[in-house]
Design a protein around this ligand. Structure first.
Ligand code: NAD
Length: 489
């Protein structure tokens, strides 16, 4: 372990953060957070149980009224000060993300810039929450329409973007005047802990943001969701878990935001700029080692360019250097754990049995970490298992198509609807695709759509609600209508 690494890890709090204090959890064994590139433990941290979860909710509930009344400018300034501190510590955040999640340092730096932007964006939105005033059509009164914070929120985040998934929820919640309990994923909790420590230094009032880390997600979360003091749930993770949480949220009719799984189609037409399409494919597929909800899951490529596209994509993939994220020269890290690596192996074997050809990769990488070689599978047959599963790893399956109608039909043939990508030089066709692809987001001639100023989210089973943009703060506000009789005016 290099000196920098141990110095950084020594700065990361290992407790739960409840009501402004770092405390030990009541769960039995600490959580050992592993480095997926080595399989070794980075740090052991507190393990919350259901009692700790409820204590965190009590703190959030008790802080709620005061935080809602805190002037928007003050709420904004807390977020802005945190943004400035994260920017100062960008290298430390990047290294921590890379250590616990495995992505190359350059990508981790990208996540710090992207994730931190949610704090700046929502610090700017905090002072723009507004309402309206108008006459009732009959003339007998006025309507005053205000927006109020919905109340204490519970956030559950995934392991793949340890900073951005947290700031995308903390930013708008705190800006809107909601307090929060956040439960990061047990695989990558360190970045959230370091972020909250940074917020503490920026002046976070006690109870406004509370963190629980736990290896018992279900039994710690369920009592929080069932508690009448909670008013909002915001989840990013798999559709499977999202469904369970929605079911639990139904009991209290919680306001729910769900950022769930994806199965993104990436369509390449024969009139596309093929170099741009391959560049876009590398971004859309390989960012985060393929472990992004926005990851291109199905390459749908027109017959005339399918072989050439596969060849060029494979060449780029083969040029990637696998290694530990923080090591010099690494351009691709490991997948998150052994289970994920086994899943890659299974998907390759099944797809080949179902008629596909391996152009490159298709096997585990060397070393102690969970490496899997970047893989291109060509001539994947329609109906293959891989086309219906979220791959969440470095495998690019290519399916061929003949005409636009077939491409759209294949692209929409999924219960997911997060993002789609399309490459064509024909502007009219591009606009037709934008209208016919059933996804919450489309990248037109680009492999990257995420931006703090844009509404991120999906349709169909990819979720409910949007994060970022003007829409993001709405998820934490509710509307209050006041009727004022004309006689009162
Ligand atoms: P996951 O659903 O397994 O876990 C997500 C979080 O939920 C973790 O914190 C986990 O501890 C917690 N959790 C699991 N079971 C729970 C339960 N029963 N009750 C309460 N909490 C529970 O997902 P993951 O493996 O961490 O992340 C990968 C998934 O997240 C993929 O499906 C990916 O597409 C999705 N994702 C979506 C977006 C988006 O914005 N749409 C962004 C990133 C990731």
């Amino acid at each position: 372990m290099s000196l920098n690494e141990s110095e950084l890890l020594a700065k990361v709090p290992t407790g739960l953060f409840i009501n402004g204090k770092w405390v030990r959890g009541g769960g039995e064994e600490p959580i050992a957070v592993e480095d997926p590139a080595t399989g070794k433990t980075l740090l052991e941290i507190a393990n919350a149980n259901a009692t700790d979860g409820l204590a965190a909710l009590t703190a959030a509930d008790e802080a709620q009224a005061k935080w809602a009344k805190t002037p928007p400018r003050e709420r904004a300034e807390l977020l802005r000060r945190t943004f400035d501190l994260v920017r100062e510590r960008a290298e430390e955040f990047a290294m921590l993300i890379s250590l616990e999640m495995g992505k190359p340092l350059a990508e981790a730096r990208g996540e710090v810039t992207y994730g931190n932007e949610f704090l700046r964006w929502f610090s700017e939105e905090a002072v723009r929450i507004s309402g309206r005033f108008g006459s009732l059509p009959e003339g007998h009164g006025r309507m005053l329409i205000a927006q109020r914070p919905v109340g204490p929120a519970f956030a559950i985040t995934p392991w793949n973007f340890p900073l951005a998934m947290a700031t995308r929820k903390i930013g708008p919640a705190l800006a809107a005047g909601c307090t929060m309990v956040i439960k990061p994923a047990e695989l990558t909790p360190l970045t959230t802990l370091f972020l909250v420590k940074t917020m503490e230094e920026a002046g976070l009032p006690a109870g406004v943001l509370n963190v629980i880390t736990t290896s018992a997600s279900a039994s710690t979360s369920a009592p929080i969701i069932a508690d009448p003091r909670l008013r909002k749930i915001t989840f990013t993770g798999s559709t499977q878990v999202g469904r369970k949480l929605l079911e639990q949220s139904a009991f209290q009719v919680l306001k729910a935001s769900m950022e769930l799984g994806g199965n993104a189609p990436f369509i390449v037409f024969d009139d596309a700029n093929l170099d741009a399409a391959v560049e876009g494919a590398m971004l859309a597929k390989m960012r985060n080692i393929g472990q992004a909800c926005t990851a291109a899951n199905r390459f749908i490529v027109q017959d005339a360019v399918a072989d050439e596209f596969a060849k060029r994509l494979a060449a780029k993939m083969e040029a990637l250097k696998l290694g530990r994220g923080i090591a010099e020269g690494t351009t691709m890290g490991p997948v998150i754990n052994e289970k994920a690596r086994e899943n890659m192996q299974r998907l390759v074997e099944t797809t080949v049995k179902q008629g596909a050809d391996v152009v490159t990769g298709g096997e585990v990488g060397s070393g102690a970490g969970y490496f899997f070689k970047p893989t291109v599978l060509a001539n994947v047959q329609p109906g293959s298992t891989i086309l219906n599963e979220e791959i969440f790893g470095p495998i690019a399956p290519i399916v061929r198509f003949k005409d636009e109608a077939e491409a759209v039909r294949l692209a929409n043939d999924t219960e997911f609807g997060l993002v789609s990508y399309a490459f064509t030089e024909d502007l009219k066709r591009g606009m037709r695709l934008v209208e016919s692809l059933d996804t919450g987001m489309t990248g037109l001639n680009t492999g990257l759509v995420s931006n703090a100023a844009a509404p991120f989210g999906g349709v169909k089973q990819s979720g409910l609600g949007r994060e970022g943009g003007l829409e993001g703060i709405q998820e934490y506000l509710e509307t209050k209508y006041v009727m004022i009789p004309a006689t009162e005016i």
